[in-house]
Design a protein around this ligand. Structure first.
Ligand code: BMA
Length: 335
């Protein structure tokens, strides 16, 4: 195990995942993040009624993998679907959307859902997503043990909010969630904030975490996959958006957050790690979008598999070595 990784096997995000998908970096590639050569791994028409399947979250599930997938159907309804895989590349996605069980009769109905993240905390998987409430986006939360039955909890926040991402353990006795306050449209601003809760229901002690700095993220940023715990800090992969004369361009980078006070940014990448360069990232329903929602780490080897939506159309996979990512950020302390 690389020296920089914690050795606590009770933290699933750093447990060994022997069957994690992997391809070595191509000989002619010098990037810290490189793409799976058979991308995209999930085609837009993988389901009979799907228009697009993208911005989706996957996790280890026993000795297999499970996930929650953003499926926009051909009526252009935005729905969440569960899915399973033996190798985390070939996915069997349920053709019918998740029907959430309400944990309270007063709970708002599911209007639409998109950009899910999945996070194991203590004894169950939590799903967070952008949840329509009176036709406005906020953060929905549900939990599941088996990816068959999902129990929807109260929305975390009032509208407008997007990119709600939980940390995989309590920090100083509180659950912690990143989010990105927004508006109801294609929001032209965005900073990452953090909120804390004793029960995953009432959220407070809000903190500012990060604002856009570099050119590639100059319009807005939002948290991506569930942060990964290392002994140097929480590794957060996040998306950043630049406004061009031809529209928004979505890329992703990374930051290192303090372990005990995760609103403190220790370091962040100066340049993007991956930007829309390939045709499947540049051409689709929304051009020039790479949007990461999941990352799985094999604690044994430090191999990281990053799942990202491409052009709001399909789902792709990329790889990195976690120590190379941490080293890259060390060269760019946030001082
Ligand atoms: C964001 C979200 C994402 C989408 C992105 C690019 O606001 O809606 O789902 O990938 O825009 O269209």
């Amino acid at each position: 195990m690389p020296a920089s990784l914690r050795t606590n096997p009770s933290i699933p995000s750093i447990a060994s995942i022997a069957n994690l998908p992997w391809q070595d970096r191509p000989a002619d590639c010098h990037d810290v993040v490189w793409r799976y050569q058979a991308n995209p791994i999930i085609a837009r028409n993988a389901l009979p009624e799907s228009n697009s399947i993208f911005n989706s979250a996957v996790v280890p599930f026993g000795d297999r993998f499970a996930g929650v997938f953003r499926v926009d159907d051909r009526s252009r309804a935005m729905r969440l679907h569960a899915g399973f895989s033996d190798n985390a590349i070939d996915w069997q996605i349920n053709p019918t959307p998740i029907t959430f069980q309400k944990t309270s009769s007063a709970l708002a109905i599911f209007e639409y859902g998109y950009d899910p993240r999945v996070c194991w905390i203590e004894d169950r998987y939590y799903v967070t997503w952008c949840n329509g409430y009176v036709d406005q986006p906020t953060i929905g939360i549900a939990w599941t043990h088996d990816f068959e039955t999902f129990h929807q909890m109260e929305n975390a926040f009032l509208p407008h909010n997007r990119n709600g991402v939980l940390f995989p353990r309590k920090i100083n006795g509180r659950y912690v969630m990143l989010s990105r306050p927004s508006d109801n449209g294609h929001t032209a601003f965005g900073q990452i904030f953090l909120s804390q809760s004793h029960d995953l229901e009432y959220w407070g002690h809000h903190r500012h975490v990060m604002s856009p700095v570099a050119g590639w993220e100059s319009l807005k940023i939002g948290a991506g996959p569930v942060p990964i715990e290392t002994d140097q800090g929480w590794l957060l992969i996040y998306h950043g958006v630049r406004q061009s004369c031809n529209g928004y361009v979505y890329a992703f980078g990374a930051a290192l957050l303090d372990l005990e006070q995760p609103w403190k940014v220790i370091a962040r990448t100066r340049s993007y790690l991956l930007a829309p360069w390939r045709d499947y990232e540049c051409v689709g329903d929304v051009a020039n979008v790479v949007f990461p929602c999941a990352a799985m780490l094999d604690g044994e080897t430090g191999r990281l598999a990053i799942y990202y939506g491409v052009a709001d159309t399909a789902t792709a996979l990329a790889f990195a070595q976690i120590n190379e990512l941490l080293d890259l950020m060390k060269d760019n302390p946030n001082d």
